[in-house]
Write a protein that binds this ligand. Sequence first.
Ligand code: SAJ
Length: 476
Amino acid sequence: MTDKLGSILENRGPIKKIGVLGMGYVGIPAAALFANSDKFDHILGFQRDSKSSGYKIEMLNHRESPLKGEEPGLEELLKKVVDEGKFECTPDFSRISELDAVTLAIQTPFSDPASLQPDFSALTDGIRNVGKYLKEGMLVVLESTITPGTTDTLARQILEAESGLTAGEDFALAHAPERVMVGRLLKNIQEHDRIVGGIDEASTKRAVELYSPVLTKGKIIPMTARAAEVTKTAENTFRDLQIAAINQLALYCEAMGINVYDVRAGIDSLKGEGITRAILYPGAGVGGHCLTKDTYHLERGVTTSEGTLDYPEDMDSIFVLARKVNDFMPKHMYHLTKEALKRIDREVKGSKIAILGWAFINDSDDARNPPSEPYRDLLVKGGADVLVHDPHVLNYPGVEIIKDLDKVVEGADVIAIMTGHSGYFELGPEQLKQLTGKENTIIVDGRNVVDPDTYISNGFVYKGIGRGDKNDHPIV
Ligand code: SAJ
C-alpha cells in the first residue's frame, strides 16, 4: 500500500454514491440497506437487460421485489427507498463512473467440480464492466463467494487492464463475502458479523466505511482479502462437513438398527466447559447455491496457491469426501425406496411415486441444486411414474411442480418427503391413505417429518433416514 491511495481516498471524501452489480438474493437486499442509510445519498442497482433477468429492472423501479418467497421487510424497504429517490435500478453500466464504491454480488457456480473448474463467466463480465468505467479513488468490493486468491489476482488484473489504473495505488479493492440465507436476507446482512478483507490496509479501511452503516447487531471483522476468501469458503465447507458427519452417522445407525435421533440427543447433551457439539441434522441431501460448491472453491484455492500443501499422500481431502457423502444422500433415499417396494413385492418400474418438496431448504421457493432432482432422476430412470409437489417453488426446468397435494399423492405407491416444509408436518396417515387408496402405502421420510409409529400402525411401510430402529418394522 502506498500513502497515495490513502490520500486519494481522503481527498475524495466519504462514500456517498454506491453501485451494486447483480440484482439477486444478495444484491437486492444489500442495495436496499445501503439506500436506507442516511450515510449514503444514492444507490444504483445494475442489472443486465437480458431476456432471463431484464424484467427485474422495471419491477425494482416500480418498488417491487423480483425475489420469490417470503423475505420479511424487503418489499416495504424497497418501496421506501424508491419513493425517497435513493435507489434505482439501471442496465446502463456507464453510470459506474459517477460512483464512489461498487459491489459485485454475482453467482460463481462450478462448471466441473471434479476438475475444480469454476464458471466465472458472469463474474468476469461484471468485473470487466466495472473496470471500463472505474475512476481514481473508487472502491470495488467482491461479495460473491470466490476461490481464495481471486480478488488479488483475477479481479485486480481485469480491473487494472480495463481501467489503466493500479489497485492499491489509484483505487481500493476488497472482498466482503455475503452470509445470507433465503427467508432472512435483511436480518442476516444487518445482524451477522461482516468479514471485510482489502488487498491492503487503505482498501480494508474504505470497505469498513462502506459496511459499518448497514450493521445493527453485527460487527466488522477486518482481515486480508485472501483470509476473507478462505473464511467464507471454509465456513460453508465446515457446515457441509458437519452435515456429512451426521449423515454418515445416520447411515451407520440404519445398519446397526438404532435411532440416530436418540444418538444425536445424547451427543448434543454434552455441554459446558467450552464443549460445543455443533451436531446438525441428517437428511435427504444438501442443496442450494452455497454448500454444494464452496468446498471446491476452497480446494481450488489451496491447489492454485503459491505455497506447498503438506497433506497425507493419496488421501482425499476430508472436505471433498464430505461433499461425496452429502451427494450420496438422494441416492440413499432411492435405495430406501427400492427396499420398501421390495417389502411389498413391488419394484421401482411401474410404481407411482409422490415426491413432497422440491426446494433445497424448508419453507422457501429456492430450488437451486435441489437434492430432489438426483432422487427423481434415479426413479424416472428406473421406470417409475413420478409426480412432484412443492408449496413454494413456482417452476423448474424439465419438472412439473404441482401445487395440488391431493393430485400428487392420489394413487401413489410411495410418498417421499425430500424437503421439510412446515405444511408437511400437518399431514396425517389417514388423509394420505385415503388419497393413495393403497393397503400398504410406502412413506420414505428424508427430513424426519413424520412419526414412524403413527404411520406404521396405519398400515404404512415406513423408511426414514437414520431410523434403523424402525426401517424393518413388521408390516401391519
Ligand atoms: N442441511 C441438512 N442438515 C442440516 C442443515 C442443512 O441436511 O442440519 C441441508 C439443507 O436441507 C439444505 C442444505 O443443507 O439442503 C443447505 O442448508 P443451509 O441451512 O446451510 O442453507 P444455505 O446453504 O442457504 O446457507 C448457508 C449458510 N452457511 C453457514 O451457515 C455456514 C449461510 O449462513 C450462508 O450465508 C449461505 O450458505 C451462503 O450464502 O453461503
